[in-house]
Design a protein around this ligand. Structure first.
Ligand code: CA
Length: 330
């Protein structure tokens, strides 16, 4: 693995635009931020250490970690509470699914999870890739890893390169974890504290879709971190004032901001961003994919409308190199 990482890093340093981006936390917050969504996931399997190293070498502002707990309470970096869409769990542990047929991260120890091979996201019924033009299925060797291991990679690179790239962890499914008898937020906050991420001055943004839980993180768990409330539904757009009592930003999806075009071909922009800015909330929108453009002709068009017409503050993107180049040019 380390040899492989090294090769990727070398390739990236040669191939990527290494123009300096702003590295202080304050500047990251005041300018347009590029967040590597699950790493450089447009190029390598999501949430693998090589995908994170590649994103790092692309000079992003933040690298994202989705977090789910293992049976033995290790904070694991993976997008879903299930395993079968990105790993070979169904082959390695065929009897370990629940009644619904799914394999849950929380039913496996970290040592067992480490035995799985990770691949590009696929549809288990057909074995077909979700994004067919991306990294091929079942090639090379990728593994799951813990939040600790990823922080050590990013902090290690911060030391060896002199850069200061941030982390952007997401607490996944806190209510599900609670039903399983686990307090995921408490465990994640402990890891973050141990690695020096404690306040808004530290280069870390913590995100969650569950408003009740994010509020609890600020109040009951007394976190002083920069908090982003993820949203996906229209009714949540009416709760900005409530979010502003505990959060520092919101994370809507693009379609909540760009609503299509009017009869003159002009983009229709919702008032979500301006409403959020009035409450001093930053807006980091998801997910910007160069291979899923919707009504946009090019990825640059999409970035341009979102960042400079709608005036959002940051993008979660699977193609961080393209977004960093765009932001540096503009
Ligand atoms: Ca996420």
């Amino acid at each position: 693995m380390s040899k492989y990482l090294a090769v990727i890093l070398v390739l990236c340093f040669i191939g990527c635009n290494t123009k300096e981006v702003n590295t202080t936390v304050k500047q990251n917050r005041s300018e347009k931020s590029v967040i590597a969504h699950r790493g450089a996931s447009g190029y390598l399997p999501e949430h693998t250490l090589p995908a994170k190293a590649m994103a790092y070498a692309m000079n992003v502002h933040f690298i994202e970690q989705d977090i789910v707990l293992s049976k033995d309470n290790v904070a694991v970096v993976i997008h879903d509470i299930h395993l079968e869409t990105v790993t070979d769990v169904a082959k390695k542990f065929p009897d370990r699914n629940r009644e619904d047929g799914r394999f849950y991260v929380i039913d496996f120890t970290f040592e067992e999870l480490k035995q799985l091979n990770v691949s590009e996201r696929f549809i288990p019924k057909t074995d077909k890739a979700v994004y067919p033009t991306r990294f091929p299925l079942n090639k090379s060797m990728f593994k799951l890893h813990s939040l600790q291991e990823e922080i050590e990679l990013i902090q290690g690179l911060n030391k060896s390169t002199g850069k200061n790239i941030g982390i952007y962890p997401e607490i996944k499914a806190p209510a599900f974890h609670l039903e399983e008898g686990k307090d995921i937020s408490k465990i994640v906050l402990e890891v973050l504290t141990n690695y020096g991420y404690k306040t808004k001055d530290d280069n870390c943004i913590l995100q969650c879709f569950d408003a009740h839980e994010l509020k609890r993180i600020r109040t009951e768990l007394e976190s002083e971190l920069f908090l982003v409330q993820l949203i996906e539904f229209e009714e949540e757009e009416l709760r900005l004032e409530e979010f502003a009592t505990y959060a520092d930003g919101i994370g809507p999806w693009i379609q909540q901001i760009i609503k299509g075009k009017d009869e003159n071909g002009k983009w229709l922009i919702s008032d979500l961003v301006s409403n959020a800015h009035k409450l001093n909330l930053k807006v980091h929108a998801y997910t910007f994919r160069a291979d899923q453009l919707g009504p946009f002709k090019t990825f640059e068009d999409l970035l341009s409308v979102a960042l400079y017409e709608a005036n959002i503050d940051g993008v979660f993107t699977d193609f961080p190199d393209k977004a960093v180049n765009f932001v540096n040019k503009n």
